[in-house]
Ligand binder design. Structure first.
Ligand SMILES: Nc1nc2c(c(=O)[nH]1)N[C@H]1C(S)=C(S)[C@@H](COP(=O)(O)O)O[C@H]1N2
Ligand SMILES: [Mo]
Length: 415
């Protein structure tokens, strides 16, 4: 009879075994926990409870229990947390794939369930493996700007994270003791697996090895290192940025000069009509309890101007170093419409007519920060159209997506 994958003898690699799986498992235990934490932080940073403006996640209910006011200090906070989230996620891909490869014979175990407990354990593995593939795929597609899933990235990746992490915790609780025991034995130099470790992972009729276990770890680690080295540069400026071969935004050259830093969506891409940004056409409409004021750019320039050195840090993981922004404080704008003290939340809207990032809500603590600006200039010159001329918001430590470009309307009030 031809061997089918359901027969244990079908699986021939001498690498498979509890030790190979255990080492990869321990790396993922730490790595995925950090991914989960930085991911939840990223979701909180997005101000999703200023709903429905920023986030349409329906009924996040209990899962939103931990949401808090994202701080404005230190100004590089989101640059760090999201840089870690994306860079680590990319780096862990080879480890995840190797881990899945190492346990693939289990997919074919017969009978599919020996008992109710076994059936439940296998069901949790479906959520674990499915969740891992879903989270890594949606995350990577999002940073590659190629989003093919229906609906918004945020709710999918957020719900997926909870399902995946619940299964992950159950799995870790069950498997960590064994994994650690195997690691200790490996370090103690016991080369051969003991009889009691001869689990279903070990091939009953192994082929001769073509690579040692050490060599296989080297391969996985090398692949991770390669991905790390071609990703991490997206969080830095200068020559390092050019090493970020895997960053799609790295391919468009923002040019030199004051506006020569990364551009997310160009004005052309966002469908901005230059005619609507001229001195005659453009007005900023600011509303609040004291009424509505309409300000030309010239009028905005007459208000007190302030500067702040702040980065742009995108959910996609790339960030810029500090740029010198100059413009009007958000809290000074709030004061114009009735909030002399204790500025409230603000709803910000762009000239842009279509697309996801034309509106954003900022929280009171963000409006109150003296470095939060409606920027009119950057690095000593007027904003370029691609960076949001005539005016854009810039808020310390906030995800880039909250820094609305081509602003035309601001509504102050509790959201
Ligand atoms: N109107 C508008 N504002 C926007 C966006 C957009 O697409 N449209 N993109 C946002 C995102 S996702 C980021 S990361 C920053 C990037 O700013 P930059 O292009 O000046 O680097 O702008 C934000 N503001
Ligand atoms: Mo972004």
């Amino acid at each position: 009879m031809a061997r089918s994958p359901f027969s244990p003898a079908f699986w021939r690699s001498p690498l498979r075994g509890p030790r190979f799986t255990g080492v990869l498992g321990v790396v993922l235990l730490g790595g995925i926990t950090l991914l989960f934490v930085t991911g939840l932080l990223s979701y909180a940073a997005y101000n999703p409870d200023l709903s429905p403006v920023n986030d349409q996640t329906p009924d996040k209910g209990l899962l939103g229990f931990y949401l808090f006011s994202w701080p404005t200090n230190p100004s590089w906070l989101y640059r760090l947390t999201q840089g870690v989230h994306v860079t680590l996620g990319v780096t862990l891909v080879p480890v995840l794939l190797a881990k899945l490869w190492s346990v693939v014979p289990r997919l074919f175990t017969l009978p599919p369930a020996r008992s109710l407990a076994h059936a439940l354990e296998r069901l949790s593995l479906v959520l674990l493996v499915g969740g891992a593939l879903f989270q890594f795929t949606t995350g990577i597609l999002n940073i590659q700007l190629d989003y093919v899933f229906p609906g918004s990235f945020y709710p999918l990746h957020f719900y997926g994270a909870w399902v995946f992490f619940a299964a992950f915790v159950a799995h870790a609780v069950l498997k960590t003791p064994t994994a650690l025991r195997n690691l200790r034995r490996m370090r103690a130099g016991e080369e051969r697996e003991r009889p009691e470790e001869r689990t279903d992972l070990v091939a009953p009729e192994p082929d001769p090895p073509t690579v040692s276990r050490r060599g296989a770890f080297g391969l996985v680690g090398g692949a991770s290192l390669l991905l790390f080295g071609t990703t991490v540069g997206r969080s830095f400026d200068g020559p390092l940025r050019r090493t970020a071969l895997l960053a799609p935004h790295g391919w468009t050259d923002p040019g030199g000069g004051p506006g020569g830093f990364q551009i997310n969506k160009t004005a052309a891409y966002a469908g901005i009509d230059r005619g609507e940004t001229t001195a005659d056409a453009w007005r900023l409409v600011v509303t609040g309890p004291a009424g509505t004021v309409r300000l030309s750019r010239a009028r905005l320039m007459e208000l007190p101007q302030h500067s702040a050195a702040l980065p742009i840090a995108c959910v996609e993981g790339w960030s810029t170093g500090d740029q010198w922004w100059r413009g009007v404080r958000l809290r000074d704008l709030a004061a114009l419409v009735g909030y002399e003290e204790d500025p409230p939340d603000v709803f910000v809207e762009s000239l842009q007519r279509r697309g996801a990032f034309r509106r954003a809500a900022l929280r009171a603590n963000q409006v109150a920060d003296p470095r939060s600006l409606l920027a009119l200039a950057v690095n000593g010159e007027d904003l370029t159209l691609d960076h949001g001329y005539p005016a854009r918001t810039i808020v310390p430590a906030a995800p880039g997506v909250l820094n609305t470009k081509w602003v035309t309307r601001m509504e102050f009030g509790d959201l």
